[in-house]
Design a protein around this ligand. Structure first.
Ligand code: NAP
Length: 467
């Protein structure tokens, strides 16, 4: 039985790896998801049939699956795509808390986990347990703050006070000392002191980070939750938990790196906070400075210009996601193709609010994958384009990233939309984007603003194209 269960764990681990591989590209992401689901089903069944599993334990696990699964299904159905980052943060907090509970269970009932007897737990198990406990508690409180900031339940602005980094460093050292002392004598008071200090540290580490950096933080907390699970996997001697935890830990860390690269920010810079400190509170969307008049057009004007265009590049951003304009956008693209134009979609790595946000929405609207181009591939093409149709995107087109060293987005690679003959910006008003930075492109002579909700404006363009 033990061999079958180990084999089943191996199959599940391979399926998890295939899932990650599948999720790395839109064409294979659905299949990746299916691999993940099958892998998890195998892992659960194999755990239920593990040797030594008491019937009471099986009932508890099934009850947990029923309750947690039902809540998860309802939340997944209700959640808006734009709220996914905060949902992920909320779920991570649960992973962190679970690690704390498992550590406590292992500490108070070591016999059940085969790691020694009460008061005589193996030294190695105390190390793994305390690491799982500390990382789990930091993940919990850090994720709760990330959730509150992303969901607008607390201000996205960084909370900064004097000597903050020194205090955090001192608490980090104290935590290390407590862990060493705990491993040496297994004292329950030390166990709970580690938990308390880690909860406080998670809170203190995340409050100085600005809302604009929060998605990176969520991804990092995702990574921490993976390492916490791996630590607990060692404690309870569960191979699959170790492998899965390590996969989550590594992929979360890689994702944080990719996001930082996309925004040209160093991870250390993100962790030390400060981005979005002044006027650029995340999502605040302040008004732009006065650069002179803008040229506003109508959907009919846009339809007329695009009917006569040979090459059109569509640049989707966060506003398209908010307006859920992807379906009608694809209809517009199809109509323009029928008119003989080449239509492509340009994806910036951090467009929207999470990595792959735009890819998912365009795939949902059945935009052909071959029409979707990444930044490096599409940028040289803007100079040959007649029209750049920027729909709900802002920061990812802002040339301040190239020219203004004082700008919060300086150094971020951007889509060179201004090189197209005509640039349409579809947005509701003159508000700035997530980073709170003015975009002088709105005032350029080759720009035409199409003011209104992205879906409504695009619907009107479609109607005008059909006339
Ligand atoms: P953005 O700079 O946030 O701009 C979105 C624009 O959409 C806003 O200026 C807004 O202007 C407009 N908008 C909002 N609702 C709309 C609606 N219903 N209809 C039409 N327009 C609407 O978006 P982005 O260009 O996609 O850039 C993404 C930003 O998020 C970057 O700063 C990036 O660094 C940050 N970020 C992304 C990630 C990620 O992983 N993708 C992670 C962290 C941070 P109006 O209010 O005037 O309409």
């Amino acid at each position: 039985m033990a061999t079958i269960s180990t084999l089943a764990y191996l199959v599940a681990a391979v399926l998890f790896i295939l899932a990650l591989r599948g999720l790395s590209h839109p064409t294979t992401s659905r299949q990746g998801n299916q691999f993940g689901m099958i892998g998890m089903a195998i892992a659960i069944v194999a755990t239920l049939f593990r040797p030594g599993m008491a019937p009471g334990g099986i009932i508890l696990i099934l009850a947990g699956i029923a309750i947690g699964g039902s809540i998860g299904a309802v939340v997944a159905k209700r959640i808006q795509m734009t709220s996914l980052p905060q949902l992920v943060a909320a779920f991570h907090s649960l992973v962190g808390m679970a690690a704390v509970f498992v550590a406590a269970a292992a500490f108070y009932s070591p016999e059940s986990f085969g790691i020694g007897t009460h008061g005589h737990i193996h030294g190695a198990s105390l190390v793994e347990m305390s690491l799982g406990l500390a990382i789990g508690a930091i993940t919990f409180s850090g994720s709760v703050i990330a959730f509150a900031k992303l969901d607008g339940r607390m201000s996205g602005a960084p909370i900064i006070f004097p000597q903050q980094h020194k205090l955090n460093a001192a608490l980090g050292v104290l935590l290390l000392v407590l862990i060493i002392a705990f491993v040496m004598n297994g004292n329950p008071v030390l166990f709970w002191l580690i938990a308390l200090l880690s909860f406080a540290l998670g809170f203190l580490l995340i409050i100085p980070i600005g809302g604009a950096d929060m998605p990176v933080v969520v991804s990092m907390l995702n990574s921490y939750s993976g390492w916490a699970a791996a630590g607990i996997g060692f404690t309870i001697g569960n191979l699959l938990l170790i492998v899965t935890g390590a996969l989550v830990g590594a992929s979360g860390a890689i994702l944080s790196y990719i996001m930082c690269k996309g925004m040209n920010r160093s991870i250390i810079n993100v962790l030390l906070g400060g981005f979005g400190t002044d006027t650029s509170a995340a999502g605040a969307g302040g008004a732009t400075a006065d650069h002179g008049p803008v040229k506003a057009g109508s959907p009919e004007d846009a339809a007329f210009i695009m009917k006569n265009a040979a090459k059109i590049i569509i640049v989707p951003g966060y506003g398209m996601a908010v307006a859920q304009a992807q379906q009608v956008l694809r209809e517009m693209g199809d109509l323009l193709k029928k008119e003989g134009a080449t239509v492509e979609y340009a994806i910036h790595p951090v467009a929207g609010r999470m990595p792959g946000h735009m890819n998912v929405l365009l795939a949902e609207a059945n935009v052909p994958y071959e029409d979707v181009k990444e930044l490096e591939e599409i940028n040289p093409e803007f100079a040959e384009a007649d029209v750049a149709f920027v729909i709900g995107a802002n920061d990812v087109t802002n040339p301040a990233a190239k020219t203004d060293k004082s700008s919060a987005i300086y150094g971020m690679p951007i889509l060179d939309v201004e090189k197209a003959k005509t640039v349409f910006f579809i947005k509701r008003g003159m508000a700035s984007g997530y980073a709170g930075v003015d975009n002088e492109l709105f005032f350029r002579p080759n720009t035409m603003m199409l003011f209104g909700d992205a879906k409504k404006v695009t619907q009107e363009v479609v109607q005008a194209l059909q006339k």
